[in-house]
Design a protein around this ligand. Structure first.
Ligand code: ANZ
Ligand code: ZN
Length: 820
């Protein structure tokens, strides 16, 4: 008999076209199909080049879960599409002097072909691209609905501006003061922009997280919670001398009101200019110019040296009538709370730093038992009894908060208040490659939404035009496109020239997959009712706040519109780690990049996928320098030979229950464990179990009952089905050699026979110098080395050893005799 040879490239050439024909992964819409459903989703890719190692990882991991549910007999929806609008494509196109459309769709084709070769179990019939008019039509339709509900609006104000990309950014896209895309330092600019009113949903975004507890990683939930940043406290009104209207401050510590020794207004708030004394005006202007250069992160940093200017005016503390000086400073932000604070230096560190820098008084009002902050420079934010606080004296913090709020409410100078860190989502962008905002500006009628029957508003061609970012959208240069009749009055009007942030596109794409060519709305409500919400979502943790928060918001709005029946889109979330190399993220400058295509050429798809899954827990980073696709390939060759030899020695269909019991036990234990491991996302350990099953089957062929034993066939068939989750090509070939018709992907997940799961153990006695010191419960087939190691590591044995024993005699599995 010819030695069966494992040739990964030949298997790919053989099976890829066969699978195209068989199309095993199409989700079934038929109502008569009563199988339970699963909606499996991977975060869709940007088409900014071919697939890279990061894609290789996330899709290999997601596919283990998707293929598992196919095997379990579920009606699985596992779609793919492209997030094909946006800056990466546009910038790349500018660099290459091509139109973003050409570049984008060429890359999509490249990635699609790579996905097919990579054998991800997609339902290709549902493919979508967000840059297709057929898709972004519905971004515009949804925008209009949001607009009608008061959830999309335009306002002027300070915004984040990326000088490199020449566009505004949402708060979520500013990471550590830098542009999330290009890394440039973000500056503040005064601009009129479009916003989605996500703040209306702040409470629900927080409260509905209860549904996600246990299904989402804790750290993602924490990040969302912190981003929304709900706090409770009070709004307190202070009078400012020489001004009629009182000024409100937000505080989480109204109990410390008697300790407010000064008052601070955000330097960039309009209020600072309104109240500044004439002789301090110049100083304020100079200071504001300095502050404009800082990011919020820098401003809020406790490390930063405190700066500020006295405004020459005084505020009146509403509870004790005390006059306190008013300052302008950068550590108070103009767009948080009310842009002004009461400063309590004894109990707030930033206030204390400021007081010490400028010689302002410090008044302790909560007795915490710690040393005086005025002397130590360390504020005491903790619990304690109130002091120096008139009627609050002696109360605890909680009591004092309640009491003072009552007093303020009685006098009409304050009330309980809730505050959020979350800001509305700034969605307009001054760039070309995105969804045009469907608004027309008319001098007479103001903002007029484009009527539904005139949607989609497509992009002007602009082929050959200069797309270089210049601070206004390139759309503004297309006069023919911009100038239109007002839909209301028929007068001359102009289209809005901004495009939508691509996070709008990705906030609802998962609903569109249920019917990507549906033309009666953004999605087919009936089909979404059947498929939604998503059972398992897989993608990078970089979206912990951005995409996931926006999608949750969209889902809630759609729920309120009666279009979806659920309030959370993703029931379970898995964040994979990153693929790095030699300890560092792959980068051109470091020259440590690894190319997915080359890895596949060298080792085959199966070995690369297996390596991705086997490297470690899916959440961990994979250092490509520490893994071995060559070793994965060797394992797959062994698995292949086991399946081929078993297939050659027996025919399918026979009763397998009479096979070698020892091997059958190994097989059924593997089934039992791999099932649990896959469901709990411990994929790397599941692969280890497949390796053990391979080894046991090899041994049974070589030194046991031989290849023709029914237990060997059972083991080999089990292996083929399990391997189909991680190494689909070799699994398919093995399945065929075992005499079955393709595809192994839908062969059905095996069930473990409980009778074969009973694990026996034997007692091994450990003697030291002839005396029994320990008894160990071990597997009957434990190896000599393992048993010796266990014995020497025993806590009951070690006290009798003084360094290396002179001699160790092992009689597996029952005895270890140590001569010390
Ligand atoms: C007095 C006070 C005393 C405060 C004290 C804290 C401790 P969170 O929890 O994040 O909501 N604050 C209010 N508006 C601000 C702004 N625009 N920029 C910077 N800081 C601002 O924080 C609320 C607290 O942050 C408020 O409570 C206020 O300081 C400050 F012992 O008021 B506190
Ligand atoms: Zn008009």
């Amino acid at each position: 008999m010819d030695e069966p040879v494992y040739d990964p490239q030949a298997l790919q050439a053989k099976w890829l076209p066969r699978w195209e024909e068989l199309n095993p992964f199409e989700a079934v819409e038929d109502l008569a199909d009563t199988r339970p459903r699963k909606y499996m989703l991977d975060m869709f890719p940007y088409p900014s080049g071919d697939l890279h190692m990061g894609h290789g990882e996330v899709f290999a991991i997601g596919d283990v879960v998707a293929r598992y549910w196919f095997q379990k007999g579920y009606n699985v929806l596992h779609p793919i599409g492209w997030d094909s609008f946006g800056l990466p494509a546009e910038n790349a196109a500018i660099k290459r002097n091509a139109h973003p459309a050409e570049w984008t769709y060429k890359n999509i084709e490249t990635q699609a072909n790579s996905f097919k070769r990579y054998a991800i179990s997609f339902d290709w019939s549902r493919r979508l691209h967000t840059s297709d008019a057929e898709y972004f039509h519905w971004n515009q339709w949804l925008f209009t609905r949001f607009y009608e509900r008061g959830l999309a609006y335009r306002k002027g104000g300070l915004v984040n501006w990326c000088p490199q990309d020449q566009t505004v950014l949402a708060n979520e896209q500013v990471v550590g003061g830098k542009c999330e895309r290009c890394g440039a330092d973000v500056v503040r600019r005064e601009l009129t922009q479009w916003y989605f009113k996500i703040t209306d949903y702040a409470d629900r975004l927080l409260d509905d997280m209860a549904q996600l507890e246990g299904g989402w990683p804790d750290r993602v939930l924490t990040m969302q919670r912190n981003w929304i940043g709900r706090s409770t406290g009070a709004d307190v009104q202070f009078r400012i001398e020489g001004r009629d209207e009182p000024v409100t401050v937000y505080t989480t510590r109204p109990d410390t009101l008697y300790g407010a020794t000064f008052f601070v207004v955000a330097a960039d708030a309009p209020l600072a200019e309104e109240i500044v004394a004439p002789d301090r005006r110049e100083a304020l202007a100079a200071y504001r110019a300095e502050v404009a250069k800082l990011s919020d992160i820098e401003r809020l940093s406790t490390e930063k040296e405190k700066t500020g200017v006295f405004l020459g005016v005084y505020a009146i503390n509403p509870v004790n009538g005390e006059r306190v000086p008013v300052w302008a400073a950068d550590y108070v932000l103009s767009d948080y709370g009310h842009g002004a604070i009461m400063a309590v230096p004894a109990h707030d560190q930033r206030d204390l730093d400021f007081a010490r820098k400028f010689g302002l008084p410090v008044q302790v009002v909560v007795h915490t038992g710690l040393a005086d902050p005025g002397e130590t420079g360390v504020a005491t934010p903790g619990e304690g009894a109130l002091v120096n606080s008139g009627p609050l004296d002696g109360l605890t913090k909680a009591e004092a908060i309640q009491k003072i709020i009552e007093v303020l409410e009685e006098r009409g100078t304050g009330r309980a208040a809730v505050n959020y860190r979350l800001r509305d989502w700034l969605l307009s962008r001054q760039r070309f490659w995105g969804t045009p905002i469907p608004i027309i500006h008319c001098l007479d009628c103001g903002e007029v939404p484009v009527p539904d029957d005139q949607l989609p508003v497509t992009l002007p061609d602009l082929r050959g035009a200069d797309l270089q970012p210049k601070g206004v959208s390139p759309l503004a240069s297309a006069a023919d496109w911009v100038n239109v009749e007002c839909p209301k009055c028929g007068g001359p009007a102009q289209r809005d020239t901004d495009t939508m942030d691509t996070f709008v596109d990705s906030s609802w794409y998962y609903l569109r997959y249920c019917d990507p060519h549906f033309d009666g709305g953004p999605f087919d409500v009936e089909k979404v009712r059947k498929w939604g919400p998503i059972d398992q979502y897989v993608g990078g943790v970089e979206h912990a706040v951005l995409h996931l928060l926006y999608s949750r918001f969209f889902t809630k709005v759609l729920h309120d519109m009666g279009m979806v029946g659920f309030t959370e889109p993703f029931l379970r979330l898995l964040n994979q780690g990153q693929v790095i190399n030699q300890g560092k993220a792959m980068s051109k400058t470091l020259g440590n990049g690894v190319d997915l295509g080359q890895q596949i050429d060298a080792y085959g798809v199966d070995a690369v996928r297996l390596t991705m899954v086997f490297a470690g827990p899916p959440e961990d980073d994979i250092d490509w320098a520490d893994v071995s696709p060559a070793a994965s390939q060797k394992f797959l060759a062994r698995a292949f030979r086991v399946m081929a030899e078993a297939g050659a020695a027996s025919a399918p269909g026979a009763d397998l229950s009479g096979g070698d019991v020892e091997l059958r036990k190994v097989t059924h234990r593997a089934i039992d464990e791999v099932t649990k491991l896959v469901e709990s996302h411990r994929f790397n350990v599941a692969v280890a179990r497949m390796m053990e099953l391979t080894t046991a089957t090899r041994r049974a062929i070589d030194t046991g009952p031989g290849a023709a034993d029914p237990a060997v066939r059972e083991a080999a068939q089990t292996l083929a089905v399990m391997l189909s989750l991680v190494a689909p090509y070799v699994a398919e070939e093995g399945w065929e050699r075992l005499g079955h018709a393709p595809s192994v992907a839908t062969a059905g997940w095996p069930e473990a026979d409980p009778a074969l799961l009973v694990r026996e153990s034997v007692t091994a006695v450990v003697q030291v110098a002839g005396k029994v010191r320990d008894r160990l419960e071990v597997s009957p087939d434990i190896s000599e080395t393992d048993l010796q190691a266990l014995a020497l590591a025993s806590d009951k044995v070690r006290p009798y050893l003084d360094g290396e024993p002179r001699k160790v005699i092992v009689r597996v599995p029952k005895l270890v005799n140590i001569v010390p």
